[in-house]
Ligand binder design. Structure first.
Ligand code: FA5
Length: 343
């Protein structure tokens, strides 16, 4: 047993010298120290066959050899670690001569968001508050509360997505439902702006989308006139398109206003001379507006004898098209980076 123990150190050293990675190192360790059949473990198990002084001496010897083997093992482990750091340092070192890796492209706001924020800032500066409303809207707020009861023919002007099995709910066709919601929530006097997404069952073409953006505006107070409405919208048109921009209003039926108008501005591209974008008319339609109908004020809990107001709805996509001379509304949702990268 004595000789066996003394040979063990030599055997272990030889095995360790042949090791060149961590896996091999662990394998050798297990061969000697493994609980079940490690060589040193076996010798230690045999110790119980001895007795008295012999057992004591043998125990001491085994412990000394065990310490030596562990020392050999630790030294090899440190050496392997140093080797692996050296490899990492040489293979993963920063190569200052390497060509520059192209920077990841930085995104920016969508052109519709940019104009939306520009419009918001303009109206905030005039004391308007920004209000939000639901895209999934009740038939009541989208139509009935806006003076369009069921079967009213004006509902046909906005081909609507109804929710299957929930006939009372629609994807809102306009931002106007927020007129009544805001009067109910905030009362009067009221000056508010509602940017948002709207949906219509449109056969899409260069000027019509099924999903597009509007900005609703509404002022309700005492002594509000048609002139206030015209002045406000003219100021916006000039703010967006320049001082030389002209605006014209033509009568249009919207059941929730009386009188109602259709608002056009001089074509941004041809400045009113007539071109492809404005279909040679020199004018582009960008909003609907009018004086708030008494029935709508009543639906909002406001007394029409005491208060009045105006409201308008701008087609945001069309405003952006006008500003940049974009010929097809479908570009906005195409996700084409060549288009979006221009703004
Ligand atoms: C309305 O939606 C009314 N709610 C506007 C309004 C508000 C009138 C307050 C009176 C008082 P209209 O359906 O005309 O109106 O749409 C308003 C604007 O949205 C249009 O001038 C146009 O710029 C834009 N628009 C309408 N349909 C589409 C469409 N399919 N694709 C893109 N833009 C559209």
């Amino acid at each position: 047993m004595n000789v066996e123990i003394k040979n063990l150190k030599h055997k272990f050293q030889q095995a360790i010298d042949e090791v060149n990675d961590f896996i091999k190192l662990e394998e050798v360790y297990q061969l000697f120290f493994g609980r079940k059949s490690g060589e040193l473990t076996e010798i230690m198990k045999n110790l119980k066959e001895l007795s008295g002084e012999a057992r004591k001496e043998m125990g001491k010897l085994i412990n000394e050899v065990k310490t030596e083997l562990e020392d050999i093992y630790s030294k090899k482990k440190v050496a392997l670690q140093a080797e692996s750091w050296k490899n990492i340092a040489t293979t993963e070192a920063i190569d200052v001569t390497q060509p520059k890796i192209p920077a990841t492209e930085v995104g920016h706001m969508h052109p519709i968001t940019q104009i939306q924020q520009q419009i918001e800032q303009f109206f905030i500066s005039m004391g308007f508050m920004i209000v939000d409303g639901p895209e999934l809207e009740s038939d009541y707020y989208n139509f009935t509360a806006l003076n369009m009861p069921p079967d009213h023919p004006a509902r046909d002007m906005q081909d609507t997505f109804y929710i299957k099995g929930h006939g009372d709910w629609v994807m809102r066709t306009q931002t106007s439902p927020v007129q009544v919601r805001a009067m109910q929530d905030y009362g009067v006097p009221l000056r508010m702006l509602v940017p948002g997404r709207v949906f219509r069952n449109e056969a899409t073409d260069a000027r019509h989308e099924h999903t597009f953006y509007q900005v609703e505006g509404m002022v309700v107070d005492r002594n509000i006139t048609f002139g206030d409405m015209k002045g406000t919208l003219e100021a916006l048109a000039k703010h967006l398109y320049g001082e030389e921009t002209k605006m014209r209003l033509r009568p249009k039926l919207y059941p929730f206003v009386e009188p109602g108008v259709n608002g056009e501005v001089t074509c941004y591209l041809c400045k009113g001379d007539g071109c492809r974008v404005c279909k040679q008319t020199g004018w582009l339609e960008i909003f609907g507006a009018g004086m708030v109908h008494p029935e709508v004020l009543k639906a909002g809990g406001v007394d029409p004898e005491e208060f009045g107001g105006f409201a308008f709805g701008l087609g945001l996509n069309r405003l952006v098209m006008l500003k940049y001379g974009i010929e097809d509304i479908r570009h906005f949702m195409s996700g084409d980076m060549r288009f979006l990268g221009q703004f």
